[in-house]
Design a protein around this ligand. Sequence first.
Ligand code: AN7
Length: 360
Amino acid sequence: MPFRPRYTGLIEKYRDRLPVTDDTRLISLGEGNTPLIRLNNIPKLIGKNVDIYVKYEGLNPTGSFKDRGMTMAVTKAVEEGSKAIICASTGNTSAAAAAYAARAGITAFVLIPEGKIALGKLSQAMMHGAVVIQIKGNFDVGMQLVKDVAKEAPVTIVNSINPYRLQGQKTAAFEIMEELECAPDFHCLPVGNAGNISAHWMGYKEYNDHGIVNNLPVMVGFQASGSAPFMRGEMVDNPETVATAIRIGHPQSWDKAWACQKESNGWFDECTDEEILAAQKMLAMKEGIFCEPASATSLAGAMRDIKSGKIPEGSKIVCTLTGHGLKDPDTAIKQSTSPMMTVDATMDAVKKAILDNLVH
Ligand code: AN7
């Protein structure tokens, strides 16, 4: 059997569609190429004839879609001679920035809202050696500070206002179209800063413009109710949600996301924290897929719109699962209802535990 070239990351794969040259030193951890998984059980539970696929971005090297943008942003920062990067983050961007900076041998400064990022993400930023600056304020405050400080210090911003981030992230749409051999009818995503929905729309339009596919999806963005500026039609100053990744009230890609909604004939909607957690649990229990709360917002919203018929039967739907469930073990354990018991270390006790819990 012939050897196949190993997959070495999305810049290498899509170098013709990304702003790199043959001389660019690529800072990569093998990101991208994530599974597109067709849901088997949830469509039956909803009772509708739909094809739902989840794009499991939690399987990127640092456990979220941010790696797609970060490989590009750090590659370009290094190419431009930068020795330090900086970001504000609800957690995943800081984890990715920390890892790619370590890979490149440069410094990462990360501003995070004190006490409001999931434990897995904090452990990543710390373990990769980022300078972790906790602020007594939320993401939006941190973002403004990063913009201000970058004017006075020699640091490259790697939040999604850095245009290379969206270039990297558009490759998720490429992968979906290659696998489906078309664009889906609907693409649902969780929305925080709205960078990712904007990047996907760029990717879909690029393949459509170049005749690689000849359709475009309807883009649907879901926010957490307590943190839903796109629903309110204005910025939200004190966002709150259990889905801390999308606890963002002042989205940086506001105009891009509205353009995406208009051009694709899509919509925004909101999900309550209860709906988000229920979808996260359903995915874990019925499909074996563990994503973090924010990610489940896409499926929570999609399920509601499928049930109501807003997304019609016969549709092909992709939901992006932006981050891995292991990012936020606290929230998972808190809401789990799986039987857990402590018994004596005897055959009798273990046998009883099994027989009591056998589901026939
Ligand atoms: C799991 O890490 O903004 O709408 O600072 O981590 O492109 O912002 C995270 C965002 C969805 C929202 N799901 O994406 C950060 C940060 C997860 C996320 C989003 C985020 P955008």
